[in-house]
Design a protein around this ligand. Structure first.
Ligand SMILES: Cc1cc2nc3c(=O)[nH]c(=O)nc-3n(C[C@H](O)[C@H](O)[C@H](O)COP(=O)(O)O)c2cc1C
Length: 311
């Protein structure tokens, strides 16, 4: 089977989630932090420092991800993470959020391929003695997937460790079918090793993509693996309910330790259930109760009931 990476998901794949996932479940060979935003202050926020804290990432391969459009700030961040022992940095060229895109960051940067080229020139020069390699996570473009032809030309000029392609454009956000023909284009034309991302949710999807793209180095899964963290551990059913229960209890405990107030803790956990619930045979009534609950004591009771459901 191809290597599986857990996609970075802001607010979801926090260091807490990654550590607990890695403790209970198998199958993921590389984890990514949600994006960190280096800027002119040349300092990371506390929350960002926690994401790259060595102890919090012990025992797994973690790649810090950067969202930035300034080469000097990017290289500064590469040095910081290299000093903390990381060997790879991932560059976010996919974020579709309007607040990011209007700053020419994330998928917004893709609309300026000449500037992107100059950025890479400076970045690859700047990181050459740092001991970190740069990988890229990209969409196809901003308005039109044809933009990808020029963008890939730029990528092909640089020794990108791995190019992860999420075959959608900015305005697609996360909806609609992936643009498979452009994934094929990337597969045929990328000079750098390719990682495939987008709507890979079940083992069948993993098998199909492995067959279609035999030379891809890895498959990156986001929502599908959050929905079924047990996917590569138990197969397609929730055989090991005790593990699933322990996993969810530990997430609850960890977020209770770190955050305060039932409401904000439950918001965090409900975000995970937004993905996990549809994979389970849960009654609409139970779903409603979970959505409505604002008390951790009640959540604990519901958790037991949900876990008793079948996939
Ligand atoms: C809530 C959410 C947060 C995300 N945060 C990030 C992020 O911080 N960095 C990034 O590169 N992609 C981010 N993504 C995109 C995912 O990494 C992934 O590319 C996308 O979900 C498509 O893969 P999937 O179909 O397997 O989920 C996010 C996606 C979602 C839904």
């Amino acid at each position: 089977m191809k290597s599986i990476y857990l996609a970075p998901m802001e607010g979801v794949t926090t260091h807490i989630y990654r550590r607990i996932f890695n403790k209970y479940y198998k199958g993921v060979s590389k984890f990514f932090t949600p994006f960190l935003s280096p800027n002119q202050t040349k300092s990371f926020q506390m929350k960002e420092l926690e994401e790259i804290d060595a102890e919090k990432n012990a025992g797994m391969v973690t790649v810090p991800q950067l969202l930035c459009a300034n080469a000097e700030h990017f290289v500064w961040a590469c040095r910081e993470v290299a000093e903390r022992g990381y060997h790879e940095v991932n560059f976010n060229l996919g974020c579709p959020s309007n607040t990011v895109v209007t700053k020419k960051k994330g998928s917004g940067f893709l609309y300026y391929p000449d500037e992107l080229d100059a950025f890479f020139e400076a970045v690859f020069e700047g990181v050459k003695d740092l001991g970190v390699e740069v990988s890229v996570k990209t969409r196809l473009g901003k308005h039109d997937p044809k933009e990808f032809m020029r963008i890939l030309e730029v990528y092909n000029r640089y020794p990108i460790k791995e190019l992860t392609v999420h075959p959608r454009i900015q305005k697609d956000f996360y909806k609609g079918d992936i643009r498979k023909e452009w994934l094929d284009y990337a597969y045929e034309n990328s000079k750098n090793p390719l990682c495939i991302n987008g709507d890979i949710c079940l083992t069948e999807d993993v098998e199909r993509n492995s067959e279609i793209y035999p030379n891809a180095v890895a498959l990156m899964m986001g929502r599908g693996l959050i929905a079924r963290p047990y996917l590569f551990t138990d197969g397609d059913v929730l055989k090991d309910k005790e593990t699933f229960k322990a996993f969810n209890n530990e997430l609850l405990e960890a977020y209770c330790e770190r955050m305060s107030g039932d409401f904000s803790i439950l918001c965090k956990l409900k975000e995970l259930w937004y993905y996990m619930l549809p994979a389970l045979d849960v009654s609409p009534d139970m779903e409603k109760r979970l959505k409505k609950t604002s008390k951790i004591a009640e959540y604990k009771i519901l958790l037991n009931e949900i876990i008793a459901c079948k996939e």
